[in-house]
Design a protein around this ligand. Structure first.
Ligand SMILES: [Fe+2]
Length: 335
């Protein structure tokens, strides 16, 4: 590296792009060279083919702050992570299940980021769907793991909440649905997946104009319909579940649609025609509770009591039994 001329160094700098540290820490093997900035030049700090050692990686992150890869090598990192995800989701029952599930959830969250970045990529969607289904089936088989896994996932930091929130609320939803004793395992599996993918329409926020608050508000308003459109005809999920996704914010219609925007008339009509059933109410309410009891960069987390008080205002009149179920379940798992 020392022998590179200034022109060569500048050219290298132009081809490098910062790599997501969470992705780097999730790799088992390094699929391309990783670069760090050393004061006046870039240097290779990890070589292609090296085993990923998190202790070494954390040391490099501490030393260099940011790490880089050649732009053309980014797909190799995504591919390696997706291969790891597929492998672990197919072998989760072998070895220590709790340890395997934690790694599985980490890779699922990383791949959620990939999916939001490339929501039209069939390969990424297929891997995410298969892996989420495998996780649901495994947890239904080992329900005692639900509580420790929910707590582990809730406490782990590092992933952006945009990608982790749907996963956290799906874990809680599975527990709530089991507790209700009203659903078969197959229904719980499909509702878990429905909850898991319901916010994929937020991909438009993660991919564009992060600084543009007005744009973000519009995308947030439209994300249930966007999620439906992104998933329709691309995942093996029955129409009933896709309809739930399209209408998954029944308790917050006022913030879902800008009443001054005539373009939103059609989706408002859809919303009115959709009959909110117990499943939709539970998916939405669990999501609201999980979001409220989680820390966000722009606010502190609420207590469970405060979250339930808020939910009570919109839910108790129409869904008293579901509200009681949520109170009982969350009080039990959060005590
Ligand atoms: Fe949502």
């Amino acid at each position: 590296m020392e022998s590179l001329s200034t022109i060569e160094r500048n050219f290298l700098g132009l081809q490098l792009t910062e790599v997501n540290l969470r992705e780097l820490l999730s790799l088992q093997q390094i699929p391309c060279s990783i670069y760090g900035w050393s004061g006046d030049h870039f240097e290779v700090v990890i070589y292609y083919g090296d085993q990923a050692d998190n202790r070494v990686m954390l040391g490099l992150i501490k030393k260099h702050g940011r790490l880089f890869v050649l732009r053309e090598d980014l797909p190799a990192i995504t591919k390696e992570l997706q291969n790891n995800l597929l492998h672990i989701s197919r072998s989760v029952s072998q070895g220590d299940p709790e340890k395997k599930i934690k790694r599985h959830l980490n890779l699922l969250t990383v791949n959620m980021h990939h999916l939001y970045r490339a929501d039209l990529d069939d390969h990424t969607l297929r891997i995410q769907f298969q892996s989420a289904r495998n996780l649901a089936q495994f947890l239904l088989d080992k329900p005692k793991l639900l509580k420790p896994i929910f707590h582990h996932y809730r406490q782990q930091m590092g992933h952006h909440y945009l990608y982790s929130q749907p996963i956290l609320s799906s874990l809680a939803l599975m527990g709530v649905l089991r507790e209700s004793r009203q659903f078969t395992d197959k229904e719980i599996e499909n509702l878990f997946i429905t909850s898991f993918f319901k916010d994929v329409g937020m991909s438009l926020i993660s991919g564009h104009s992060l600084q543009d608050n007005h744009y973000q508000q519009n995308i947030f308003s439209d994300h249930p319909a966007n999620s439906h459109d992104i998933l329709k005809d691309r995942v093996p999920l029955a129409g009933t579940f896709l309809s739930i996704i399209k209408n998954h914010h029944p308790f917050a219609p006022a913030i879902l649609h800008d009443v001054n925007d005539p373009n939103h008339q059609e989706s408002r009509d859809d919303q009115q025609q959709f009959i909110v059933g117990s499943e939709t109410a539970l998916i939405s309410a669990v999501d609201i509770i999980c979001a409220m009891i989680s820390e966000r960069p722009y606010r502190n987390q609420l207590t469970l009591l405060d979250a339930l008080e808020e939910l009570k205002k919109v839910m108790q009149g129409r869904f008293p039994a579901e509200f009681r179920l949520l109170v009982s379940y969350f009080q039990k798992i959060l005590k």
